[in-house]
Design a protein around this ligand. Structure first.
Ligand SMILES: *Cc1c(COP(=O)(O)O)cnc(C)c1O
Length: 378
């Protein structure tokens, strides 16, 4: 059994993917081009925003978003302490300061009450420009955008949505990648919509920002490629990746998103009386980048992980350390923040195999193994 079985997905989509790749090879055009423009149009339409600007990976998408918003030296961006490193790294790359905010223990996303407290705290320090909230749609679940956007509005902050794991999620009928002033995603192979290498994109309804992003991703180009009006990056999507993504987007829309939700439903039903299962708030829909359970403490988490490993069930700990404890941030003198929930979760979380091609028998086996472990613990 695999944690995320990309080989099975390829076997199912092989004919279409091989054909898409062949057509790029025959075209002889590899960077940007027709496939990329088509993909951007399809993604913007699916998400329901005016513009999608693709780029080289999800981290660059965040950097591009922050650059477009003019965020840099002396600016503060509020970032959840429980997420992948890149959410904060992008803030540091543009020279701004990440201030870490605690998360909710059941949704794993930004705790909006703590967000307000951290905002007031940094305001009182007086020495920073408060610029943006980076909300992360962790494990596929959109963050609490109604609350986050109203906090942003009151405080004059931008919202950047890091939907690297969130593509396909929804609140009501509004889709992930549409909640931020600028939203971003990643096409890293293991993300909900993944390609066969690195890839990413940003989304916005603001035409001037989309144009800026298109310039930044291509060395700050002006009228033409050899007219450079600003310091940009080299961050473009390959035609091969765009061709693969067009095939995978179809499969994602037609059945994969539903399939992961069926797997999640089985996990929930089987495990609800056995371990802490993740909470999906009313009216929210997750794209299940991860299915993450929570154990009572670190010892039990590690014990279950070992038990499952011996049964041939791979699991992962996302994340073993809060960002504020990463060596690079621990040694910086950032505005001090306490994030007890994030620290606690790192000791207790365990992510189970999750992908659209898991069979019912496999999910049953995983769940019965967890139940068996539980009886050995009593
Ligand atoms: C994966 C990820 C990123 C970075 O995406 P890459 O394509 O790997 O650069 C950023 N934020 C979060 C939350 C992620 O999970």
């Amino acid at each position: 059994m695999e944690f995320r079985d990309l080989k099975r997905q390829y076997q199912v989509l092989k004919l279409d993917i091989d054909e898409a790749i062949q057509s790029v090879l025959s075209s002889g055009s590899f960077i940007m081009g027709k496939q990329v423009v088509e993909l951007e149009e399809k993604l913007a339409e699916y998400v329901g925003v005016k513009h999608c600007v693709s780029c080289a990976n999800g981290t660059d998408a965040l950097v591009l978003a922050l650059k477009v918003l003019g965020i840099g030296e002396g600016d503060v961006v509020f970032v959840p302490d429980f997420t992948f490193f890149a959410s904060a790294e992008a803030v540091s790359v543009v020279g701004a300061v990440p201030v870490f905010v605690d998360v909710d223990s059941e949704t794993f996303n930004l705790d909006t009450k703590d967000l307000e407290e951290k905002i007031n705290y940094v305001k009182a320090l007086g020495s920073y420009n408060l610029k943006a909230i980076m909300a992360v749609d962790l494990f596929g679940l959109p963050a609490m955008y109604d609350e986050i956007c109203s906090i942003a509005k009151i405080n004059g902050l931008y919202v950047v949505e890091d939907a690297a794991q969130g593509f396909g999620g929804r609140i009501g009928d509004r889709k992930a990648c549409s909640f931020g002033d600028i939203s971003t995603t990643s096409f890293f192979p293991a993300k909900p919509l993944g390609c066969y290498g690195d890839g990413g994109a940003l989304f916005t309804n603001n035409t001037a920002w989309a144009e800026k992003a298109m310039s930044y991703r291509m060395h700050g180009k002006g009228e033409s490629k050899y007219d450079n009006v600003t310091i940009g990056m080299n961050s473009r999507l390959d035609a091969l990746q765009a061709a693969v993504l067009q095939v995978k987007l179809n499969a994602f829309i037609q059945n994969e998103l539903e399939a992961v939700n069926n797997v999640a439903k089985m996990y929930m039903e089987e495990l609800q009386h056995c371990v802490h299962i993740p909470r999906v708030p009313n009216n929210f829909y997750s794209s299940w980048a991860q299915f993450t359970i929570t154990l009572e403490d670190e010892k039990l988490r590690d014990s279950l992980q070992l038990f499952l490993k011996n049964k041939g069930v791979p699991t992962a700990v996302y994340y073993p350390k809060p960002l504020s404890s990463q060596p690079v941030y621990a040694q910086m003198s950032l505005p001090s923040t306490s994030t007890p929930v994030a620290n606690d979760l790192c000791k207790r979380v365990l992510s189970l195999p999750m992908h659209p091609y898991l069979t019912e028998q496999e999910v049953q086996f995983i769940c019965s193994s967890i139940k068996e472990w539980k009886t050995t613990m009593l």
